[in-house]
Design a protein around this ligand. Structure first.
Ligand code: SAM
Ligand code: SF4
Length: 331
């Protein structure tokens, strides 16, 4: 039988998320502080190193990879990376989460390089508010990016929206109308306490998925979809037959650790066994000690499964629990 990664709690790990850079052209208020220090380039995995690490995981049974960041599309060589990974035998899905800002130019090259699916983050449809929430982003460019992705042939594009009380909670239905009229899916994500931010008190802005669902159900009846996406989203569909799907990623209100099938690799090559815990293993040290060698990497990865924690514990009352920012973690 082919190799498979199984942790101490008998969960099969077949999905990895790779952060290809910690840098970003946005500074979203829930993700980053206004002033950020990024890792020096020498500490970031090269495109070849990322490819080798991904190959080791695929040979260990990983069938799905998501590229993320920071903003993956500001990383030089990202299209080449997609092209390398899409050729890995055994990989069934190669996806990316992006803020959309570079998609007007990169959507077609990414499709041609073999990227399967795109998630695009969008928290507001009001230009001034979008600018305020992202600190630097331009809404029109992101909307153009979404159109370019559709024109390039990407199917089932999914928006990710973080809804914050008092900031954008009046836009839930506008976002729903937007996905319905553009044939997109959407996931609403509960804010997580990752990184010390100065913009707002997370306990004050927190909105749970149940509230968002209630708002939507005032206008549309929803039915749960059984389909397992292999990610943390729970999906619903509109009863009126519309094709768009609505997902909820609820790290607080619906702990998803029991079915966790994923691990993360940071831009600096740390293998993070859990989003909400600090357990990690340094893969960069291995790949730099044994350049171009798969076996030492595979051995370290197999052993790492034994320290994957059972679950995360997020508590908004405690100010910051995980000092890593989401851009370092790889969302
Ligand atoms: N830059 C890309 C983007 O924004 O889509 C990819 C990386 S970003 C870290 C991945 C996802 O994490 C985004 O959808 C973002 O909204 C979400 N995110 C960032 N910080 C978060 C937080 N503190 N809580 C919940 N979601 C967060
Ligand atoms: Fe950048 Fe994505 Fe974080 Fe926003 S959520 S600052 S786009 S990494």
């Amino acid at each position: 039988m082919a190799d498979q990664l199984i942790d101490k709690f008998n969960r099969v790990v077949d999905y990895i998320r790779i952060s290809v850079t910690d840098r970003c052209d946005f500074r979203c208020v829930y993700c980053m502080a206004e002033d950020m220090t990024f890792a020096p380039r020498s500490e970031i995995l090269s495109i070849e190193e990322i490819t080798l690490i991904a190959q080791a995981f695929v040979e260990l049974g990983v069938s799905k990879i998501r590229l993320t960041g920071g903003e993956p599309l500001v990383r030089k060589g990202v299209v080449d990376l997609v092209s390398n990974l899409s050729k890995l035998e055994g990989l069934q899905e190669l996806n990316m989460t992006s803020n959309g800002s570079q998609l007007p130019t990169l959507a077609s090259p990414l499709k041609a390089a073999g990227l399967d699916r795109l998630n695009i983050s969008l928290d507001s449809l009001k230009a001034d508010r979008f600018k305020a929430l992202t600190r630097t982003g331009d809404l029109d460019t992101v909307i153009e990016g979404i159109k370019s992705a559709k024109n390039a042939g990407f199917k089932r594009i999914k928006l990710n929206a973080v809804i914050l009380k008092g900031q954008n909670d009046d836009e839930i239905m506008d976002l729903i109308q937007f996905v319905r009229s553009n044939e997109l899916d959407i996931s609403f994500i509960e804010e997580m306490p990752l990184g010390q931010i100065d913009h707002h008190d997370r306990a004050q802005t927190f909105i749970d998925s149940a509230y968002i669902q209630e708002v939507i159900e005032k206008s549309y009846k929803l039915t749960a979809v059984d389909d397992v996406s292999g990610g943390p989203s729970r999906y619903w569909r509109f009863d009126d037959g519309h094709k768009s799907r609505i997902g909820f990623i609820s790290p607080h209100s619906h702990n998803f650790c029991g079915s966790c099938n994923r691990v993360r690799i940071t831009a600096k090559g740390k293998l993070l066994l859990c989003l909400g815990n600090e357990h990690s293993v340094d893969l960069k040290a291995v790949v730099r000690k044994y350049p171009n060698k798969l076996e030492p990497l595979k051995q370290v990865i197999r052993e790492a499964m034994m320290i994957k924690p059972e679950r995360h514990e997020f508590d908004l009352a405690q100010d910051v629990q995980i000092l890593r920012f989401m851009n370092t973690t790889g969302g």
